[in-house]
Design a protein around this ligand. Structure first.
Ligand SMILES: [Zn+2]
Length: 184
């Protein structure tokens, strides 16, 4: 029987193989919730891209998970998927959590509840439906939730992605511009 970090390796499927390949690549670099690099696959080539200025003696780090999540959610994912507790500065300070959950709770919970529907449309490549749904939600909550709210940001990302697929470049740009400041 073979195990990987305590997980039994049962009949191997292609998705698992791909995940293992990705995990192996990432295991060369430590995780940070505020990484200075990101891994990009170009065909069969793995590339490491800097996402900000890196000092000469600074350790290269990547994020193993989606960094657009609260400290509690990131810790939960890292513990579940990678079996460690992150002690990076961002987790220690929980500094961006208030921005990520800014706005009225009942409003962002309603937006959060729409995300599975958006993901379902994404899996089916229903770009028109995504663009319409996101537009409705973004208009409804425009004056209620700030763009830094992580659930609203997911809607902006999904709307931009859908508009790119539909070649609606101006709409895509409009959504993209709104995400620039929150992602900083
Ligand atoms: Zn962290």
């Amino acid at each position: 029987m073979r195990y990987l970090r305590g997980v039994e390796l049962t009949p191997i499927t292609l998705p698992l193989l791909l995940r293992l390949r990705f995990s192996f690549s990432m295991s060369l670099l430590n995780h940070s919730c505020d990484p200075n690099s990101t891994i990009v696959f170009e065909g069969k080539q793995l590339q490491l891209h800097a996402v900000r200025q890196i000092q000469v003696d600074e350790e290269l780090t990547v994020s193993y998970i989606d960094v657009m999540a609260t400290s509690q959610e990131r810790q939960r994912q890292l513990e579940k998927q990678y079996c460690f507790v992150c002690d990076c500065k961002r987790c220690e300070m929980a500094d961006k959590d208030s921005n990520l959950l800014a706005g009225e709770e009942h409003a962002w919970k309603e937006v959060e509840e729409s995300i599975p529907k958006v993901e379902e449309f994404q899996s089916a490549g229903k770009w028109e439906e995504i663009a319409d749904l996101c537009q409705d939600i973004l208009e409804k909550y425009r004056d209620v939730l700030p763009d830094t709210n992580l659930h609203l940001l997911k809607m902006l990302d999904a709307a931009m992605d859908a508009c790119v697929h539909l070649a609606r470049w101006e709409d895509a740009l409009g959504y993209g511009v709104r995400t620039l400041q929150p992602y900083q």
